[in-house]
Design a protein. Structure first.
Length: 99
C-alpha cells in the first residue's frame, strides 16, 4: 500500500508532462530540395478538418498505456495480498495441529 501511495505523484507527473509534450511547437519546415523531381509538398492541409493532431493523440496514447499499466499493477498487488493472507491462515492452521 505504501508503494501505491508513492506512485500517485509519479502518475500525476507523467500525465502532466504528457500534456506539456502536446503543447510543443512543430519544427520549422525546410525548403523542398531539387532531388524531389518536381514534387512539391503541401505546406498546409487543404481543409483544417483534414489534419490529425498527432502530438495530442500520442500524449493520449501514452496516458492510456500508463493508466492500464498501473491498473494492472494494482490488480496484481491486490491478488498477491489475498494470497499472502490465505498462506497466513493455512500456516496458523498447520501450527495449531490442523483444526
Amino acid at each position: 500500500m505504501k508503494t501505491l501511495k508513492a506512485m500517485v505523484p509519479v502518475i500525476v507527473a507523467v500525465l502532466l508532462l504528457s500534456g506539456l509534450a502536446s503543447a510543443q511547437q512543430p519544427a520549422p519546415k525546410a525548403a523542398p530540395s531539387a532531388a524531389q523531381d518536381g514534387f512539391v509538398p503541401v505546406d498546409s492541409p487543404i481543409a483544417p478538418g483534414d489534419a490529425i493532431p498527432a502530438p495530442r493523440l500520442v500524449a493520449i496514447a501514452y496516458g492510456f498505456i500508463w493508466v492500464v499499466l498501473f491498473g494492472y499493477l494494482w490488480s496484481v498487488r491486490s491478488r498477491l495480498a489475498r494470497v499472502e493472507r490465505e498462506i497466513e491462515v493455512v500456516s496458523r492452521r498447520v501450527a495449531s495441529g490442523g483444526k
